[in-house]
Design a protein around this ligand. Structure first.
Ligand code: MD3
Ligand code: FE
Length: 236
């Protein structure tokens, strides 16, 4: 503990001034941004995005949706998922009767639109030393939609971190262990929150239990948008 090192108030003050008395530019270069809470290794950055940044992202995502409309994926077993999805970036995640995978095109056959800069911004600020993501999965949850417990393991290299942005209505997010089953912990994800999964959290089972309708007015017609940024392809 830094502040515990000084016996006298004057000494700990000077330590603090030495370590934290730098300007914003120096702080961004030398100090990493710290999460608000960690649950099972997942880092939650509460309220990371200002309302203005959230609004800009929503406008940019609406433009993506005009080129790559949301669709209801079907699992290999033939079940329709309650979440509607689409993607931006070089690769987009899809599910159909052939299974789960990343594809360069929307089911309509057109390339996925590029990932908007406004969406890359939290990645650049929290993960400045990590290469840029090549995939942004866009999940839309209407009231009643949910996502069962699963692992994310369709990416070429499972060592890269994953960053997700929550927008609109609150969601109850649940996270367990790397092994299926056992105890889980839940946390409410609100509009503007950013979640980072890396290291031991990267392969943890997780899901969205439910959304809480009417908890945000960011999206005109309600619901929840989740943007998940990943390095899905091969990075040399
Ligand atoms: C924890 N989406 O698309 S994002 C998914 O809110 C997905 O739409 C959820 O899980 C959503 O695959 C949760 C947060 C998230 C993403 C990846 C994780 C949490 C994770 C990977 C490991 C552990
Ligand atoms: Fe997931």
């Amino acid at each position: 503990m830094r502040s515990a090192s000084g016996g006298k108030a004057g000494k700990s003050d000077s330590v603090r001034k030495h370590e934290f008395g730098c300007n914003t530019i120096q702080r961004q270069q030398h100090m990493s941004i710290q999460p608000t809470v960690r649950i099972r290794g997942a880092e939650v950055y509460k309220g990371f995005l200002s309302p203005e940044r959230q609004q800009k992202i929503v406008a940019d995502i609406r433009a993506v949706l005009r080129k790559a409309p949301l669709f209801s994926p079907v699992t290999a077993g033939g079940r329709r998922m309650s979440v509607r999805i689409t993607s931006a970036g070089a690769l987009g995640w899809i599910s159909d009767r052939k299974g789960y995978r990343y594809e360069p095109c929307h089911p309509s056959g057109t390339l996925w639109p590029p990932i908007p800069e406004s969406v890359l911004d939290p990645w650049c600020r929290i993960l400045p030393a990590t290469p840029l993501p090549d995939s942004c999965l866009i999940n839309f949850y209407a009231p009643g939609a949910r996502m069962g417990m699963h692992q994310d393991r369709d990416e070429a290299d499972l060592r890269w971190p994953i960053l997700s942005v929550s927008l609109g209505d609150d969601a109850v997010f649940r996270i367990g262990r790397v092994q299926r089953g056992g105890a889980t912990q839940s946390v409410v994800l609100s509009s503007g929150d950013v979640l980072v999964m890396r290291d031991e959290a990267r392969l943890a089972y997780h899901g969205i239990e439910r959304i809480c309708p009417g908890t945000s007015c960011l999206l005109r017609n309600g619901g929840r948008l989740n943007l998940t940024l990943r390095i899905a392809g091969n990075r040399a």
